[in-house]
Design a protein around this ligand. Structure first.
Ligand code: NAD
Length: 326
């Protein structure tokens, strides 16, 4: 049997991870959803009943000792992710953790080191990478002879978060993934949202990737709708993508090649968000990777350094970042 435990039964876990794990267990009969844990006992118990876990807990250490799972999902508050991930790996279990995989370079380094020291797979749940539409886009882009520019727009309706940097990391990581190259240098500027607290700002990012690709990302927190879209240009190629969020249910992409009419792919509107937005596949791929090789050789967490560093720079309202390490 393949045994799964989850730590954190709060908003995000209930919105997308519970359904993802339930679907995985339904499709893979050798799966046991053995334990779910939250500091709030009632929340953990309601979650257990809703998604079909065998036991609920309020102490993850007790859960791990009792269940001895094959894989652990961590969906806890951002300031607890690094500590919990490291401790779970120390106790002998591979982890997938919600983004951000650490609040700063020190924390992401701790996770990378714990993965190596305890030889456990650690994976960051950057769900954009696992969206079926974005995966399709990536396959098209990988055939471009070059990528000259990427423009990514992340738009939200009245998102007056205390710290929006932990959401910007999605677009920062997605662009890195799409370009197939890491960031080299990044410039940042900020625009106060009228009538809001001082730190409620739209954020504008300009970057050059190590490959030479030019990047621009807009993070507009106070616009008319929730929307994410991007354009990728390469020689003779343009790809336009609207991801499946509020403004474009299902999403769509258009690929223009050689000045000809676009080849269009339209996402299905009736697919649940936890599938179209990549949560199901990030968990599924994590479980499949654990089954193949649960050692640190299969970790992808080291790919998160630059995204965590840029998100931290945004949190500190820095105006530039030079990525110095390889
Ligand atoms: N991928 C996305 O699009 C996306 C969107 C929103 C949030 N998130 C991420 O999801 C994570 C959780 O966010 P949320 O909005 O669900 O937060 P939340 O506060 O609603 O839920 C977190 C839960 O974790 C529990 N918890 C805290 N410490 C714990 C511990 N030691 N053991 C067991 N349970 C513990 C809390 O009691 C709470 O129920 C964060 O990392 C956040 O960045 C991701």
């Amino acid at each position: 049997m393949f045994k799964i435990c989850i730590i954190g039964c709060g908003a995000m876990s209930d919105l997308v991870h519970g359904d993802s794990l339930k679907k995985y267990a339904e499709e893979n009969k050798d799966t046991r959803l053995c334990g779910c844990c939250d500091l709030d006992a009632e929340r953990a118990e309601v979650y257990r009943q809703k998604y079909g876990f065998e036991h609920s807990y309020t102490d993850y250490k007790l859960m791990l000792d009792s269940e001895k799972p094959d894989a652990v999902c961590i969906v806890s508050p951002v300031n607890t992710t690094a500590e919990l991930s490291c401790d779970v790996m120390k106790r002998g279990y591979p982890v997938i953790m919600e983004k951000p995989p650490g609040m700063n370079l020190v924390e992401v380094e701790q996770i990378v080191n714990a993965s190596k020291k305890y030889d456990k797979l650690a994976m960051a749940a950057f769900n954009r990478r696992y969206m079926p539409l974005l995966s399709h886009a990536k396959k098209i882009i990988d055939k471009f002879s070059n990528i000259s520019s990427i423009y990514y727009t992340m738009v939200r309706y009245r998102r007056y978060d205390e710290d929006f940097s932990t959401t910007t990391i999605h677009a920062i990581d997605a662009v890195r993934y799409l370009s197939g190259s890491d960031y080299k240098s990044v410039n940042l500027s900020y625009q106060q949202v009228e009538g809001q607290r001082e730190n409620v700002e739209n954020i504008y990012l300009d970057a050059v990737m190590k490959s030479g690709t030019r990047v621009h990302i807009d993070f507009v927190v106070a616009a008319g709708i929730q929307m994410e879209k991007f354009t990728v240009n390469g020689f003779d190629n343009t790809l336009d993508v609207y991801l499946p969020f509020g403004a474009s249910p299902g999403g769509w992409l258009k690929h223009y090649y050689n000045n000809s009419p676009a080849i269009e792919v339209v996402g299905k509107k009736d697919v649940p968000d936890f599938i179209s937005q990549g949560f199901y596949d990030e968990n599924r791929i994590f479980f499949e990777n654990v089954k193949k090789d649960k050692s640190c050789n299969n970790s992808d967490i080291h790919n998160a350094y630059s995204a965590v560093e840029i998100a931290e720079a945004i949190r500190k309202r820095k105006s530039n970042v030079d990525i110095i390490w390889e």
